[in-house]
Design a protein around this ligand. Structure first.
Ligand SMILES: Cc1cc2nc3c(=O)[nH]c(=O)nc-3n(C[C@H](O)[C@H](O)[C@H](O)COP(=O)(O)OP(=O)(O)OC[C@H]3O[C@@H](n4cnc5c(N)ncnc54)[C@H](O)[C@@H]3O)c2cc1C
Length: 418
């Protein structure tokens, strides 16, 4: 098995040259020292690197950049054919302050991060799934185009992002019912409309943004329904779709979907304070697509397998691995960042990734304690400012809760100073 999807394809000449020397420094990267190319068939050998990152979204890319530019031999792995994670689906402009990329489209942030990462000498292995983690979180089992192999690293970051929550109702398995994130991938990445008449369930930012992007792509959005008494996402996103004639119906939910082998109709209903349907308030829509946007949960299975300890924190999307202020989990040397460490935004994911990259570079001797502390201080103050304001404050408190409970977790406390 060979790493065909590093930034460039790996040909046989390079393949022969690659095994000699895996030493690496960002400042003197050359073809013969690419970590990813030490990949050998048969499971007898494995790829050795100092720092392995699972997931090339904003969190993974930012960690790779910080660690790579300090000189850490870094390998980033992603199951997709292109790096960037969610960013390459985000064609809208980000909010917040200038230092957090406000006014820049997610897709352009992704391109910039990629350039920086490449300059920092990071190796990227794409089209490769990490399906297992062993040896106290130090060895990853990987699969690339039907072949399997292993990666061994001194430090590992799980930056695997999030998964969409499902919602069950009569007819929910009919073709035409899909996650809003899946619809966004179809429209913005593959340029395929999932349908022409859409009902959106959920009015958080994901529901509102994807509804708008479906409208832009030529679909009709018949309504957005929201079970809560108020809209979940930013007012600016809600106003945009309202201006385009889409009603946002709060205290409503989907009752059922019907059709012959695919979605043809949806029935919605108003709900009472106990979330029970109010009889006589049903409305029917002719639609071919139902998008479900009822939240995300951290994609942290690899952390479970590695033996990390978890807590359930609803504001962070459900079960989240404990982590300390440098994002290290209860398994020493294994880190989490971004949505895998609690659902947030790309801006926070990037900063958490940076914290990991700096901490790893420090632990491996590429940065002094002083250099690392100064870089981390800057990152932490940016995280503070992201986590202020009505939405951010809730996240800040949830993260504090996670770290406090981590402190109380006895086995964790014994393993490392939190
Ligand atoms: C519709 C929508 C709109 C958004 N708008 C904004 C916005 O305006 N501003 C903002 O800041 N944020 C926004 N976000 C949120 C933002 O996109 C995420 O918070 C951010 O992408 C999380 O980054 P991440 O690196 O943690 O994960 P991701 O970007 O999800 O990247 C994780 C990567 O890991 C890969 N991966 C997972 N498991 C494995 C495995 N086992 N092996 C190999 N690879 C694996 C995934 O395929 C993916 O490429 C939006 C999200 C959505 C869905």
């Amino acid at each position: 098995m060979r790493p065909r999807s590093l930034y460039g394809l790996c040909d046989d000449r390079r393949w022969d040259a690659e095994r000699k020397d895996l030493r690496h420094a960002a400042s003197r990267r050359d073809e013969s020292t690419d970590t990813g190319r030490a990949w050998v068939l048969g499971g007898k050998e494995m790829i050795e690197t100092e720092f392995a990152i699972v997931g090339a979204g904003p969190a993974g890319l930012s960690a790779a950049f910080e660690a790579g530019r300090a000189g850490t031999r870094t390998l980033m792995i992603d199951e997709n054919q292109a790096p960037g994670g969610q960013l390459f689906k985000q064609i809208h402009k980000f909010f917040g302050s200038k230092e957090h990329w406000a006014g820049t489209r997610g897709i352009d942030i992704g391109k910039k991060l990629l350039e920086e990462t490449e300059k920092a000498g990071v190796n990227v292995m794409l089209d490769t799934v990490v399906w297992g983690i062993f040896d106290d979180g130090k060895t990853l089992a990987i699969k690339h185009q039907g072949s399997v192999g292993r990666v061994h690293a001194q430090k590992v970051l799980l930056a695997t992002g999030a998964s969409e929550n499902a919602l069950s109702f009569p007819g929910w398995t009919l073709p035409g019912v899909l996650g809003a994130g899946a619809a966004q991938t179809l429209v913005n990445l593959h340029r395929v409309l999932p349908g022409t008449k859409v009902l959106m369930v959920g009015s958080g930012n994901v529901g509102l943004i994807v509804a708008y992007q479906l409208l832009q792509a030529g679909a009709k959005v018949v309504a957005v329904v929201e079970a809560l008494p108020e809209i979940g996402g930013y007012g600016v996103h809600a106003s945009k779709i309202r201006r385009m004639g889409v009603p946002i119906l709060v205290r409503h939910t989907i009752k059922e979907v019907s059709g012959d082998k695919k979605v043809e109709r949806a029935t919605i209903t108003q709900i009472d304070d106990q979330w029970g349907p109010i009889l006589g308030t049903e409305r029917e829509f002719d639609v071919d697509t139902i998008c479900i946007a009822v939240g995300l949960h951290p994609l942290a299975e690899l952390a479970w397998i590695a033996g990390c300890e978890f807590d359930y924190i609803a504001e962070l999307g459900g079960h989240v691995p404990f982590h300390n202020k440098n994002m290290e989990t209860t398994v020493a040397g294994l880190y989490v960042a971004g949505d895998a460490a609690g659902i947030g935004e790309a801006t926070a994911a990037m900063e958490e990734g940076r914290l990991v990259g700096v901490d790893v570079a420090r632990c491996l001797g590429y940065l002094s304690d002083q250099e690392a502390e100064s870089l981390m201080g800057e990152v932490r103050s940016r995280i503070e400012s992201i986590r202020s304001g009505p939405f951010g404050e809730m996240l800040r408190q949830a993260k504090n809760k996670l770290m406090e409970r981590g402190n109380e977790c006895k086995s964790h406390f014994l393993k490392q100073a939190f």
